[in-house]
Design a binder for this molecule. Structure first.
Ligand code: ZN
Ligand code: ZN
Length: 393
């Protein structure tokens, strides 16, 4: 049995010398997503922290879970500090150089252990700072909204551009299932969309393997695929905030993060759909707008890229995996996710340009957009026209 078939808690217990030539190391010690998630998390932190603990949250996650975590830690470790990343002019916090810099400036010296309470931004900021200070951290998740929990890199905005910056895998991921299931519904759909996009990520990875002889690992791809399947199976129950469905999505998000971490590269879990989203996000940031939640954009971009493949697949030099566009759209709709860029609020000009220039968002990851830009710009232009017409007229 390969490691792709292992349950997540078993998977993280070992390191795997693999047939692909790499040694895959999950680099994590504990995962607990249950009614006792926070309690278990606090106990784990107390066994790991040897000195001062810094708990980082934002104004929302502090109220949801941060205050509880801090109180429980303080009962056993007086040396527990809290930093709440402040909202600026009531705008959502952006994980940029200013937020990271201010968080560091407000922090005393001598911190031994970090705890991130939150999902996207709080996790990215804590991951980056703890990495640079050479200290370990755990994350206490508050929403199943993104797959970065187990990632080894931080997605930060530097000079208005999204960059994958150095970081580290948290040694533990904990979450209280009752907190997760009561997260705003847009956060649940975001997590769902992010995981579902893994189908296309694997398609693109195989495309790179078949066309360019790119390194590929069947076991890691299998893990990623399993995460996407886990999500699809829970689609219908998500709207009811069913505990099992939410738990499945959180596990799938963690699993896909672990798979990327084990490959030490985001290749297994993100393809052209992520490049479209990064393009949209960067344009929004340039215009001073708040962009949609990552995973909600990713779900929509997944549909767009599926339609793009429908247009070009017979013209590509290698056969690509068939992923049924209607089926993907059906699964997303079933879970209450958006499937249309116009309905998501993406302006037509940004959408049109993203098809043409989305490939710029990564110079190292070969996707269908990279390929068309390199070998058939006319076809790429045609895709941009057809897809814009499809969604915007
Ligand atoms: Zn491998
Ligand atoms: Zn993503």
């Amino acid at each position: 049995m390969g490691f792709k078939d292992l349950e997540i808690k078993k998977l993280i217990k070992n390191t795997y010398p693999c047939e692909c030539g790499l040694v895959h190391n999950p680099g994590m010690e504990r995962i607990e997503i249950s009614e006792k998630g926070i309690e278990e998390g606090v106990n784990f932190i107390l066994t790991k922290a040897k000195g001062c603990i810094m708990v980082i949250s934002d104004e929302i996650t502090y109220k949801i879970a941060g205050t509880m975590v801090i109180d429980k830690l303080k009962e056993k470790n007086q040396d527990t500090l809290s930093y709440i990343i402040p909202l600026k002019n009531n705008v959502a916090v952006v994980p940029n150089e200013s937020t990271i810099g201010e968080t560091l400036i407000r922090m005393p010296q001598g911190i031994d252990f970090f705890v991130a309470v939150g999902s996207g931004v709080v996790n990215d900021v804590t991951r980056n700072i703890s990495y640079h200070l050479g200290k370990k951290y755990v994350v206490i998740g508050t929403a199943p909204s993104m797959d970065g929990y187990a990632s080894s890199t931080s997605a930060l905005i530097i000079n208005n551009l999204k960059e994958s910056c150095p970081g580290q895998v948290p040694i533990g991921i904990f979450a209280d299932i009752d907190i997760l299931k009561n997260a705003p519904y847009t956060m649940l759909t975001a997590g769902f969309g992010d995981v579902l996009s893994k189908y296309n990520a694997v398609r693109e990875w195989r495309f790179g393997r078949d066309l360019n002889n790119e390194h590929y690992c069947e076991e890691i791809a299998g893990l990623i695929w399993k995460a996407a399947d886990k999500c699809s199976d829970s689609a219908a129950l998500l709207k009811q905030r069913d505990k099992k469905a939410v738990e499945n999505i959180m596990e799938a998000l963690i699993l896909s993060g672990i798979a990327m971490g084990m490959y030490t590269n985001t290749r297994p879990g993100s393809g052209a759909e992520h490049h479209l989203v990064h393009y949209w996000d960067v344009e929004y940031i340039k215009r001073g707008w708040e962009h949609p939640l990552h995973g909600n954009s990713v779900g929509v971009a997944l549909c767009v890229i599926c339609r793009l493949y429908d247009i070009v697949k017979d013209k590509l030099p290698v056969k690509v995996m068939d992923i049924e566009t209607e089926e993907i759209e059906g699964i997303l709709k079933n879970a209450g996710c958006e499937t249309d860029p116009k309905a998501l609020g993406i302006p037509e000009d940004i959408f049109r340009d993203s098809i043409m220039y989305g490939h710029i968002m990564s110079t190292t990851k070969y996707t269908v957009l990279t390929h068309l830009n390199k070998y058939d710009k006319k076809l790429l232009e045609k895709c941009s026209e057809i897809l814009t017409k499809h969604y915007y007229s």
